[in-house]
Write a protein that binds this ligand. Structure first.
Ligand code: DC
Length: 223
């Protein structure tokens, strides 16, 4: 099986780019952020704060999170309910960034991620895929872009969707805060794996980024 690990900060375009690359290569795209978001949603639904580690530990004992691939498209289930759409809110984003720092949450989701990689050719995106989850992945990419560029893209996405409830400045602030939280946690912080190739998409169009990633994958697999 072939595993491509794509790590990088929030808003670097990982999911959009990785989805397109996976389609071209006929790999399964796995968005691991959705798992952390499902845990975060569960804490919110139970009125548990991200600082309440013991309560989260107890909650996880009777929490079931599953990933299913329907026509190769990932859906995430929390205790049997498809929560793929519910997890896409700023509240869940910020809560996930905090709860994902807890070792109990990370170990809860580890086997689930590894099991998928055993059975399929995958392109898996996250923060610690190349460093922790799949240290033996054949290809490791660290996908990044400047915070300003990431905030601008997200703002434009909201404009296109007709939903401009957040200003560019607020989005930038959120991105900087999440970057800090994700890269300064003690367990599995966001950082490039030693053997990863860094791809900066700040100056690229979507198509250029996709082509760059495919070129990296092809050159690594040829070796
Ligand atoms: O990629 P995303 O924005 O959906 O991820 C949501 C949060 O989950 C992010 O702030 C960090 C965390 N996360 C993580 O710690 N490890 C991963 N492999 C994926 C996401």
């Amino acid at each position: 099986m072939i595993a491509v690990a794509i790590d990088g900060p929030a808003g670097a375009g990982k999911s959009t780019i990785a989805k397109m690359v996976a389609k071209k290569l006929s790999y399964i795209y796995v968005d691991t952020g959705a798992l952390y978001r499902a845990v975060a949603l569960c804490t919110i639904q139970n009125g548990i704060l991200s600082s309440e580690e013991e309560k989260i530990t107890a909650m996880l004992k009777h929490t079931v999170i599953e990933l299913k691939f329907i026509d190769n498209v990932q859906r995430v289930f929390l205790n049997g309910e498809d929560v793929s759409d519910k997890i896409r809110t700023s509240e869940v984003s910020m809560t996930a960034s905090r709860t994902s720092a807890l070792p109990v949450v990370r170990s809860f989701l580890l086997d689930l991620q590894r099991d998928i990689a055993v059975k399929n050719n995958i392109l898996m995106d996250g923060r610690d895929i190349g460093t922790v989850v799949l240290p033996d992945a054949q290809v490791k990419i660290f996908l990044t872009a400047s915070p300003e560029c990431r905030a601008k893209r997200r703002y434009n996405d909201y404009l296109v969707a007709g939903n401009v409830s957040e200003s560019y400045e607020d989005i930038l602030k959120d991105i900087l805060q999440r970057d800090y939280q994700d890269s300064h946690r003690a367990t599995a912080p966001l950082k490039p794996a030693q053997d990863s190739v860094t791809v900066d998409t700040s100056e690229d169009t979507l198509e250029e980024s996709v082509n760059k990633i495919i070129a990296v994958i092809e050159s690594k697999l040829r070796k």
